[in-house]
Design a protein around this ligand. Structure first.
Ligand SMILES: NC(=O)c1ccc[n+]([C@@H]2O[C@H](COP(=O)([O-])OP(=O)(O)OC[C@H]3O[C@@H](n4cnc5c(N)ncnc54)[C@H](OP(=O)(O)O)[C@@H]3O)[C@@H](O)[C@H]2O)c1
Length: 243
């Protein structure tokens, strides 16, 4: 029997750390991202730009067409792909910049979760969705309006869907996870933002210079162990720094 992980943004950063960790633990891994890397042969890679909402449904259907419900013991979706968005105060953002961050960080996880629940409805295995959210969902940072708002929306999706699923016999558990500050391209983008656009930039430069960032591997191991130990219960919103 297979254990399957479907992950968005498995091509780099935290997503790659998670893909490697779950693969190491015997999972079949299917990743969805814009880029494809031949060196990451251990996972099945599907190319899709998650800002193009019309193509998402097809890619999830295609992944499911290669899976076998009778041979699956566990099916996990990690909505990990994310974008910091343009770091500027709201009046300086263009309509397309505003729409892009919502599409990648919120609309895409909603469409993928909707498809995942629908397509696995009659699968009798353990099913779960982990939304990689952020402390920014509950801490308003000036100039991160789209990022903060999209992550807050993602947490609300977790809360609503967890209630919808709670009463069902063949339910999907859904959880939001705040991974802490992780040493990835996204953090580099944060540190490289000019101070005139992001007042708190020095705080993030200090985190980096003081060695306060977690590696993607460290965070991935922590998330895997929480999962394997059955700690990620339906409706939970969890900051990995608190466990
Ligand atoms: N790093 C942190 O400190 C931190 C803190 C809190 C939360 N998070 C969250 O953790 C998650 C992973 O972030 P990260 O730091 O690992 O970022 P990252 O290094 O920038 O990686 C982002 C991943 O998302 C994919 N992605 C981005 N835009 C996409 C699009 N339009 N379509 C398809 N895939 C897309 C990228 O793949 P391609 O480029 O190949 O498309 C990449 O695999 C995000 O949800 C982020 O908000 C990160």
């Amino acid at each position: 029997m297979e254990k399957i992980l479907i992950i968005t943004g498995g091509s780099k950063g935290l997503g790659l750390g998670l893909a490697k960790e779950y693969h190491k633990k015997g999972y079949r891994v299917c990743s969805v991202s814009r880029s494809k890397n031949e060196k990451l042969y251990f996972m099945e890679q599907y190319q899709c730009d998650l800002s193009k909402t019309e193509s998402i449904e097809n890619v999830i259907k295609e992944i499911f067409s290669h899976l076998d419900k009778k041979n699956t013991q566990q099916l996990t979706l990690i909505n990990n792909a994310g974008d910091l968005g343009t770091v500027k105060t709201i009046e300086k953002l263009t309509p397309s910049e505003i729409a892009y961050t919502i599409q990648v960080n919120l609309t895409a996880p909603m469409i993928i979760s909707s498809q995942f629940i629908k397509l696995s409805k009659d699968w009798n295995c353990k099913k779960q969705i982990f939304n990689i959210s952020s402390g920014a969902a509950v801490n308003p940072y000036e100039s991160w309006v789209m990022y903060c708002a999209s992550k807050a929306g993602l947490d609300m999706m977790t809360k609503v869907v967890s209630k919808e699923q709670r009463e069902l016999s063949n339910d999907v558990a859904i959880v939001s996870i705040y991974p802490g500050i992780v040493d990835t391209d996204m953090q580099q983008k944060v540190r490289n933002t000019p101070k005139k656009h992001f007042k708190a930039v020095q705080r993030f430069i200090d985190f980096y210079e003081h060695g306060d960032l977690f590696s993607p591997e460290q965070v991935a191991k922590k998330i895997y162990h929480l999962d394997a130990d059955g700690e990620l219960k339906n409706g939970l919103i969890l900051d990995v720094r608190n466990v």
